[in-house]
Design a protein around this ligand. Structure first.
Ligand code: M6R
Length: 366
């Protein structure tokens, strides 16, 4: 049932070329220049005219919401907020008629997310579910939605569900941007083609796992890790830290790379591995200067970069190369080394990566 892999987590990481493909299939047609999503069609006017989108989720799904915030704001020029479901549900949030809530959940059963959308629905919001499990409570409580089609995810750490969430949310943003006229035809066509190319790029990336395995051996005894990124890759830093905590029990924190100067930099010494998600994008130069700051304090820099990035290479102790992609698409690729690094460190520490202590696959109690 693990299809020849040692763990479900590894199997699910390796399934991503297929699951992302399945998620795009029948929706994205880059040649025709179309995105077909029935949920979006049904609420097209509401999505185009809304003043606000609120992403509501927990854990890894919340990280997908954060990436989507950057994407929707960039492409659709809609104000987006990203909320932890547990906070949103208890704090009497301001909800106006016409607000769109996007609930993101792999299981579709997370109690806080479910109650949060039920409350918002009662106050006149339109609820859109981005859910993996078909027929689950959150999918049923939503007005419309789009399934992620990632197939059953058994490993407690969410992997393939996350990249499928990103694929769905990116398609949604592109469809809305097209209808709203907030994207140029050229950028729209480029991003459609970029999205279509993701499964193949993920396959390519998954062929270079040996390097990551070696890194895991090298860093498995670290006591803390810092993960840094900016822009579209900032949530990937958070996700990298969460994966490592869950699977290896190593303390890790994710931060926006510039925010590090406001406190966490005090932690940096020659024993601290700092993972930079530093693929080439509009933030790249800024990330490089953050890398210099870590280097100057003797931190061990591990950077996730694109080929030929000599500047990053010269500042890094170790590098992981990922295929180049538009910055909107990049998180779907840059997160994969984060998943693998956590996995191999967990295995190297002899831990039960599929069932980490204290965790349940879905949190159906608050
Ligand atoms: O099923 P959901 O997506 O609603 O679950 C949300 C979180 O509980 C989940 O992402 C959790 O953080 C995972 N263990 C992360 O790997």
């Amino acid at each position: 049932e693990k299809g020849g892999y040692d763990h479900f987590m590894l199997k699910e990481i390796f399934e991503q070329p297929q699951t992302i493909f399945d998620c795009l299939r029948g929706r994205l047609d880059a040649t025709a220049g179309t995105i077909t999503m029935s949920g979006i069609e049904k609420y097209a006017d509401e999505l185009v005219n809304t003043n606000r989108i609120v992403m509501v989720a927990c854990g890894t799904s919340w990280h997908a919401g954060l990436v989507a915030e950057y994407i929707f704001e960039e492409l659709c020029r809609i104000n987006v907020e990203v909320e932890y479901a547990s906070e949103f549900r208890y704090r009497n949030p301001v909800i106006n008629k016409g607000d769109v809530i996007i609930a993101i959940s792999q299981s579709g059963e997370t109690a806080d997310t479910l109650v949060a959308i039920e409350n918002a629905k009662n106050q006149g919001a339109i609820i859109f579910g981005v859910v993996n499990v078909v027929g689950s409570s959150i999918s049923r409580a939503s007005h419309a939605g789009a399934y992620t089609h990632a197939g059953p995810e058994i490993g407690v750490a969410s992997t393939k569900a996350f990249t499928a969430q990103l694929a769905v949310l990116t398609m949604m943003a592109l469809a809305v941007a097209k209808k709203k006229g907030t994207i140029t035809e050229q950028r729209y066509q480029t991003l459609l083609k970029e999205l279509e190319a993701v499964p193949e790029k993920v396959s390519k990336l998954l062929k270079s796992v040996d390097g990551i395995k070696a890194l895991a051996e090298k860093y498995k005894d670290a006591e803390d890790f810092l993960y840094l990124g900016r822009g579209f890759n900032f949530p990937v830093a958070l996700e990298g830290a969460l994966k490592l905590k869950e699977i290896s029990y190593i303390h890790a924190e994710g931060y926006p790379a510039a925010e590090m100067k406001h406190g966490p930099i005090a932690l940096v010494d020659e024993t601290l591995p700092v993972v930079f998600i530093a693929t080439r994008d509009s933030y790249h130069e800024k990330v490089i200067s953050n890398m210099q700051e870590i280097k100057a304090r003797k931190g061990m820099v591990i950077s996730v970069i694109n080929e030929g990035d000599e500047q990053s290479i010269s500042l890094s102790n170790d590098v992981i190369i990922v295929p180049e992609a538009d910055e909107v698409i990049a998180p779907m690729l840059s997160v994969i080394p984060m998943q693998l690094l956590a996995y191999y460190i967990g295995v190297a520490r002899g831990l039960d990566v599929d069932k980490p202590r204290n965790l349940a696959k879905s949190v159906t109690v608050e």
